[in-house]
Write a protein of this length. Structure first.
Length: 71
């Protein structure tokens, strides 16, 4: 599962994190050159859950709309 994070200053989504199998956390921005970002896009397009910044699991329609705003 992935979770989105907002900037406290601008209130915009600025990064995403995921919990790894070893219980560590990986956090990354939406940089097209990032392998974590590329994997994130593949995963959520293939049904891995995505939580918004409030902790609510997003629907597939919400995910599709969100993905269309990303680089």
């Amino acid at each position: 599962m992935y979770k989105l994070f907002k900037s406290q200053v601008t209130d915009q989504i600025i990064s995403v994190c995921r919990e790894n199998q070893n219980n560590s956390i990986t956090s990354f921005s939406f940089a097209p050159e990032s392998t974590d970002y590329q994997q994130f896009k593949k995963d959520i397009q293939n049904g891995v859950e995505l939580m918004d910044s409030t902790g609510t699991v997003m629907t597939q329609e919400q995910i599709t709309t969100f993905l269309s705003t990303l680089p």
